[in-house]
Structures are given as C-alpha cells and as structure tokens.
Design a protein around this ligand. Structure first.
Ligand SMILES: Cc1ncc(COP(=O)(O)O)c(C=O)c1O
Length: 414
C-alpha cells in the first residue's frame, strides 16, 4: 500500500568531501532580513488564518487524512510546525542547508556525536570547550559508547589538529572563541586540515553567534549552538541546535532524536523566534560593552590577566579581527589569591549576578574551576588556562560604566 519510502526512514549520513556546498535560496538576503523572515511568511505559510507572527502550534500529534498518506508532521518527538520555523531561521542565519533543534546545547552535541560515531571511532577536539562537552568527551562517550576523544595540544595551531586526526576520526570539533578562556582557533585553517583527511569540521558558534561569526562561510560543515546563551539573550529558554547538511540533520532527527525524544518544544521555539529578531542589535551592544569592560579590567592594578579577543594583547587578536565582526560580550579575568580571591570579588559584587549561564541581557559572573569545569583534572584545567582565580564575566546590556564601577568596588576588597 505504501509504495514510496516514508520520509522518516533515513539512511545514515556519510561525509562526502567532494560534494558541492549547497547554496541556500535566501543567501542573497542580508543577515537582519533573514533574522526576521526566514522560515515564515505571513501570507504563504498558513492556509487557514493570517498571522503576522509565526503561530505557536502546540499540538503533539498530527492526524493522518488517509491511511497511506503521510502528513508532513506526525508526532511531537520528531518535528512540529513552530519548531520547523525556528530550524529554518537558524539554518538561514548560519548559512547551512538545514537545522535540527534539541532540548539544550549539550543535548545537540550528544545527538550529533551519537548519530555520527560508532564504537572504535574517535572525535578530535581540544580542552578549550564548555564543561559539559568536556564531560561527554572525557567520560560519557569513551566509557559508555566506546567512542574515543583526542585532545589537541594547542588549538590555536592548525598542525596540532593535523597530528590528532587518524583513519577512525569521524569529526573535528572546534569551539571558538572558547568558554571560558576565549581562545580563538583559525576556522579556515582547521577546516582545511580536517578536509585533507576527509573529515567534517564542527564549529561551536555559541559564544560569538552568527551575528559576529560565520563558520560555514569559512569552511565549517556543521555548527553547534546553545540557544540558551546569547541567541535567546535572557535565560528564559533552554535549547540547542545542529546546523548542517540536510542529510545529516535529518539523520539526527529521524534516527536518534525521534527515538530519545530530545527535541525543543513549540513554546520555547516561539520565544526563540521573538528573541532572534534582535540578535544583531544585541550582539553589537554586548560587543561594545564587552570591549569597554575588558579594557577597564586590563588597566586595573589588581587584575592579573584578561581574556578577551578584542584586546590587542590577546594572543589571537588579529585572527579574531579577521574572522569575527566584533568581539562579543564574553570575557574572563584572573584575580590574585586563587579560589579565595575569586570568592572575595564575586561575593562583593552588587550589580553583577553570580549565576551559571552567559549571554544574558544582565551581566553575570561565574567561577569555572568549581562550577562548569570541575570535572577536569587540575592539570587539564591548567592546560586550558582555567586558574583558580579565573572569573568568567558575561557583559550584559547595562550602561557599561555601572558594571565597571561595580567591578572596581568588588576588586577593592582584595
Ligand atoms: C560554548 C558552549 N556550547 C554549548 C553549550 C551547551 O549549552 P546548554 O547549556 O544549552 O546545554 C555551552 C554551555 O555552557 C557552551 O558554553
């Protein structure tokens, strides 16, 4: 009765280095136009009513009209209409062919690696990655799935990546600028290295966002996003996404997510669509404020080091200027006295909130050594630049002078 293969039965994606890069039909439109229009046209998308804003379709099942005709949407565990608008918009902003959302950025990473790698395979990355990503790489995948991880010595050196790739490498994964030390990797150079081994490159674009950095235009094949951070911008949504070739994202959707149920929900997708409309405006302001706060900290006598790609002293400052349009709102700095020094400063901040996230409209600080990167060994933390006195600061949209004044008075307690 069913004479065609249903769209939800997908073959595993195979990376083909020779395949031409698909060109999106909306690639002629500017970034801000895509942030407002991609995936939804008020007069084209909805047959039964006209809505200026993409509607929330909160149904978790989609009736079949006939036994042998598959509806476009089937069940809430694979895809739903509002989430599809968001996926199309994220793909448009990153310049990718397709996107699949997840219930968090960590889940998106997990679903990608779980879909791509088999026991005996490996993934090449560095220690300059977010804490939960490190935990997946260091223990969860090796111990529970038999997938190994190679950590490169120096993520800023493309040869370092080259040395770690072997015949069983399924993915090269770069986070740039990295959380929490803002190390910057050369996307184009690492893409070239990965492609010379016929391996696809994943770039985690969470800290910069597509408003400041376009990894796919520089050669990346896949982009990882936490929607929880700057993309939503106010800590009201937990979400993630993988952007990449359509065959890959549909492999993830239909062969992994459909069976483990780790998808984003319509209400969250709808909120994300509102937030993305102001992404480039917000990133511009985060960057301007980040630059001012970074400069003030760099000039402060009690601050030992500031990690911010917009400062000329940053080791990859020139590269960051080439591959990013601005430096963003995330920075970190080291105070004397290790853990105790960091605690003194953080306990005395009045305006800046101590909380576990970044990319919010309000300025937030966090202590990576004890909160997000506590699973690393002290040696690994040292190699990644995560000192006990390191404080991560996500500069928000307040008047930067007020943030600087708050930091000044808290540093005076040292
Ligand atoms: C760079 C980066 N990527 C991905 C994630 C994971 O995102 P989520 O918190 O949404 O799971 C994080 C979280 O801190 C992150 O910093």
């Amino acid at each position: 009765m069913h004479n065609q293969k249903p769209f939800f039965m997908r073959d595993p994606w195979e990376y083909d280095p020779q395949a031409p890069r698909p060109v999106r039909p909306d690639s002629h439109l500017g970034f801000d136009t895509r942030a407002l229009h991609a995936g939804f046209h008020p007069l084209k998308n909805v047959e039964d009513f006209r809505s200026f804003v993409p509607p929330i379709v909160q149904s978790m099942t989609y009736p079949y009209q006939r036994f042998d005709k598959f509806p476009d949407y089937i069940y809430g565990r694979s895809k739903t209409p509002t989430v599809s608008v968001l996926e199309e918009r994220l793909a448009a902003l990153e310049g990718g062919e397709g996107a699949v959302t997840a219930s968090s950025g960590s889940q998106a990473l997990f679903s990608l690696i779980f879909t791509l790698a088999r026991p005996g395979d490996n993934v090449v990355t560095s220690l300059n990655i977010f804490g939960e990503g490190y935990k997946q790489a260091a223990t969860i995948f090796p111990e529970r799935c038999g997938v190994g991880f190679h950590f490169v010595d120096d993520p800023a050196d493309p040869n370092s990546w080259d040395r770690e790739i072997d015949a069983k490498t399924r993915l090269v994964w770069v986070e740039t600028p990295s959380n929490p030390c803002l190390s910057v990797a050369d996307i184009a150079a690492v893409a070239q290295v990965a492609h010379s081994h016929s391996v696809p490159l994943l770039v985690d674009n969470t800290t910069a966002t597509a408003a400041l950095q376009q990894p796919m235009a520089l050669g990346a094949d896949i982009v990882l996003l936490s929607l929880t951070k700057f993309l939503s911008g106010n800590a009201t949504v937990l979400g993630g996404a993988i952007v990449g070739p359509e065959a890959l994202v549909e492999d993830i959707r239909w062969n992994t997510i459909e069976f483990i149920g780790a998808i984003m929900q319509p209400m969250e997708a709808w909120q994300m669509l509102q937030y993305l409309e102001t992404l480039s405006l917000r990133m511009e302001r985060h960057s301007a404020n980040g630059q001012k706060v970074a400069r003030a900290l760099a000039d402060h006598p009690k601050v030992l080091r500031v990690n911010y790609p917009g400062l000329p002293r940053h080791p990859q400052h020139r590269l960051a200027q080439q591959q990013m349009s601005a430096s963003g709102g995330l920075l970190s700095f080291v105070v004397p006295g290790g853990l105790e020094g960091a605690a003194t400063v953080m306990n005395n901040l009045e305006l800046v909130v101590h909380a576990v996230t970044f990319g919010t409209s309000r300025t937030i600080c966090m202590h990576p050594a004890t909160i997000t990167h506590e699973h690393m060994t002290p040696q690994e933390r040292a190699a990644a630049g995560i000192d006990d006195g390191l404080i991560r600061l996500s500069v928000g949209l307040e008047d930067p002078e007020d943030v600087i004044e708050d930091l000044d008075q808290a540093l005076a307690w040292l």
